[in-house]
Design a protein around this ligand. Structure first.
Ligand SMILES: [Zn+2]
Length: 310
């Protein structure tokens, strides 16, 4: 079914051509991540939600009963989550709403500020994102692509949203290697993985566990997620510790902040940077034919060398 698209007001946000085309063809992905300034991305998410639920052939028409309910704030097939921060209770309320039969056969929900989600909330939403139901659309917004947890991002189609007269936001802090890693991130849940990763970081930094045992331990942890995902998450975690070390607050691993505050002072900033480089290097080497355990062993030996002699 092809529809005509009523373009958004020119002073609100710039609708990317790819999104307009997908919308017109009735092929908007089940999970869309809109990145850019918060006002523009929120307006864009509301526009897309209204268009998806519109009953007219030119959408969003603003005149049909679905559009009128939407404008009045009484559209029950639309559910908004987020704004300030996204908590586990918000996700659970949305999931209860999803389980109730809808009015139109379509349901659209938002997650404004998907980069402000607590770790537990992010974990809770994963299942919903990875097992999409027909007619259900998720519209996520975030400041940048990079600021969203990789496991969430890998389940979404990402579009940059710009304010009128401003070119689309580009991530300035993108680490190219990590970007490559993201593209290949596989769809695995990371239930329980993070807690094991935290214990492992403790073994490395506090317990003085020998490198080869650390490597074997990491291979065990990887049974739940792929080796590539595990190293991508480790990089993100170490980067958050580095941010904590320089006094910034952590966004992605908020729920584990107390652990990060405890371990952050153990290494100097340059040592944390070095550790991140080592893991990225090992992540890239997964592409070559080095055996996984050997790769982990090399990584752990180098990580051991980062630590000051005790
Ligand atoms: Zn309408």
């Amino acid at each position: 079914m092809t529809q005509k698209i009523m373009m958004p007001p020119s002073d609100s946000f710039v609708l990317p051509d790819a999104v307009a085309e997908a919308l017109a063809a009735g092929r908007l992905p089940h999970a869309t991540l809109l990145v850019g300034p918060s006002r523009a991305t929120m307006t864009a998410a509301r526009y897309l939600a209204k268009a998806l639920l519109c009953e007219d052939t030119t959408c969003p028409c603003g005149r049909c009963s679905a559009c009128i309910r939407f404008q009045a704030g009484t559209q029950t097939d639309f559910f908004e989550v987020g704004g300030e921060s996204i908590k586990t209770a918000d996700i659970e309320a949305m999931q209860r709403w999803l389980s109730v039969r809808g009015h139109s056969g379509k349901k659209v929900y938002t997650l404004y500020g998907a980069d402000q989600m607590t770790g537990v909330a992010a974990n809770r939403i994963l299942k919903t994102l990875e097992e999409p139901q027909p007619g259900v659309y998720a519209l996520l917004t975030a400041a940048t692509r990079q600021s969203v947890l990789s496991t969430i991002r890998s389940r979404c189609t990402v579009y940059p949203i710009a304010e009128p007269g401003v070119s689309a936001h580009t991530d300035v802090q993108v680490i190219p290697l990590l970007e490559d890693a993201m593209k290949e991130t596989e769809n695995h849940s990371f239930d329980g993985f993070i807690n094991k990763m935290i214990k492992w970081v403790q073994m490395w930094l506090v317990d003085g566990t020998p490198a080869l045992i650390l490597a074997a331990q990491w291979q065990l942890i990887c049974e739940e997620v792929s080796a590539a995902d595990s190293l991508t998450l480790l990089v993100e975690y170490l980067r958050d510790i580095l941010h904590t070390r320089v006094g910034q607050s952590s966004i992605r691993f908020q729920d584990w902040e107390s652990h990060m505050k405890r371990v952050a002072p153990i290494l100097e900033v340059r040592q944390w940077s070095r550790a991140i480089e080592i893991v990225l290097d090992s992540r890239q080497r997964l592409e070559s034919h080095v055996a996984t355990l050997l790769n982990f062993e090399q990584m752990c030996i180098r990580l051991r060398e980062v630590l000051p002699d005790v």
